[in-house]
Design a protein around this ligand. Structure first.
Ligand code: SIN
Ligand code: CO
Length: 380
């Protein structure tokens, strides 16, 4: 694993440690030539084609005569011919395109549990999504053409009511930068910003996720309802004749409270919940099974020869003896933990590493291969 104290050109020659101490969730950082000589990883035509697919999240935002419009994908007939300022946003490009996945993985000094996706925006001259703020940290990498960013640390984050997208009511920019290909701007959550294309432009947003506690709480209660075990049923052999039949008795309330207080959750339950929740694929994600199925024996032979790697859409995490993959969890022994945590950290195992995998692990790999979660072939 890489040392976190080594300066990274991607961060303007400061170390991840210094970045976390000074900038992460604190203040913006402009990095000129974070990726020198950067050229776009997808053409505009390839991006338009992705936006037309129904397993890809996309949005078209346009501004005309002081009026904002937003249309959700799949979007056919791009580019738009109408005389409007427009922006196409394609979410999760990394799930479909290997080179953008590799770019996103350059940001793995930030844990996978916080990593969300790589979004690409395409805009024609003057296009943008208006002055707004995001709830997440974001790195805005200029990929093609130029974009003028104006940013501000304002406290007033009031938005204009009745708009199809969040537009700040009173944007007060304090700084302005023109980004060229390879330049990158980091913005912490809730930092006001607006990016306007100067000519045709493409920007890559490397975005992070910070689930709301409300969302996690609701999801946790759902998880607990699937796992609690409360045997027995309410009984009242000492029931007395009631004077006020509509009143719930103190005895009933006490008994039910006592029984429900038996619902306890441990740190282990919490770890299982968190791992399953964080690796759960988004509703738009569909895995593709391989065209050719293999018997377990043939799969193992092939995996031992070529190695294996996680599919672009696969999310894998671990905590203690628990391994999580695409919303499922497994409890494993020490030996299997070593193989599986190496796979999760590297996202591949080469043939040497596969050689030490147990029969159970190889069998799981075969099922994951059939489900389209894992591919044959090591480092890609
Ligand atoms: C864009 O790339 O046009 C929008 C990205 C953002 O403002 O977060
Ligand atoms: Co934004």
């Amino acid at each position: 694993m890489k040392k976190l104290s080594i300066p990274l050109p991607l961060l303007g020659d400061i170390s991840p440690d210094q970045f976390f101490t000074e900038y992460w969730q604190k203040k913006p950082l402009l990095i000129r030539q974070a990726i020198p000589d950067f050229s776009p990883l997808l053409s505009a035509e390839e991006l338009f084609a992705l936006a037309g697919k129904d397993d890809v999240e996309s949005r078209l935002i346009s501004f005309f005569k002081q009026h904002w419009e937003m249309k959700n994908g799949p979007l056919a007939q791009l580019p738009l011919e109408e005389p409007k300022d427009w922006t196409l946003l394609v979410q999760g490009v990394n799930l479909h395109h290997r080179a953008t996945d590799a770019l996103l993985r350059q940001f793995r000094f930030i844990p996978d549990a916080r990593l969300d996706d790589l979004m690409i925006s395409y805009a024609t001259d003057g296009g943008g999504v208006g002055p707004h703020f995001d709830s997440y940290d974001v790195f805005l990498l200029q990929a093609h053409g130029q974009r003028r960013w104006r940013i501000g640390a304002q406290k007033d984050l009031g938005i204009i009511e009745g708009m199809p997208l969040k537009i700040l009511r009173d944007f007060q920019p304090e700084q302005e930068f023109i980004l060229e290909p390879g330049d990158m701007l980091y913005l912490p959550p809730h930092y006001a910003h607006e990016g306007i294309a100067i000519g045709e432009c493409m920007t890559y947003s490397i975005g992070f996720r910070a689930p709301s506690f409300q969302e996690m709480g609701e999801s946790f209660l759902q998880f607990m309802s699937d796992t609690i075990d409360l045997p027995g049923r309410y009984v009242d052999p000492d029931l007395k004749a009631s004077v006020y039949p509509a009143e719930i008795s103190a005895e009933m309330l006490n008994t039910v409270s006592e029984q429900l207080a038996k619902i306890v959750f441990t740190k282990d339950d919490m770890a299982i919940f968190l791992g399953e929740h964080l690796t759960e694929p988004k509703s738009s994600v569909f895995f593709t099974s391989p065209k050719k199925t293999l018997s377990l024996k043939l799969f193992i032979q092939s995996a031992q020869k070529k190695g294996v790697s996680l599919a672009l859409k696969t999310q894998m995490l671990y905590k203690g003896k628990h391994i999580f993959i695409n919303g499922e969890s497994f409890e494993v022994n020490k030996e299997d933990k070593l193989s599986l945590s190496t796979l999760a950290n590297q996202r591949y195992l080469d043939s040497n590493e596969i050689a030490s995998a147990s029969g159970d692990v190889l069998e799981a790999f075969c099922i994951w291969y059939e489900d389209g979660w894992l591919e044959l072939g090591g480092k890609k």
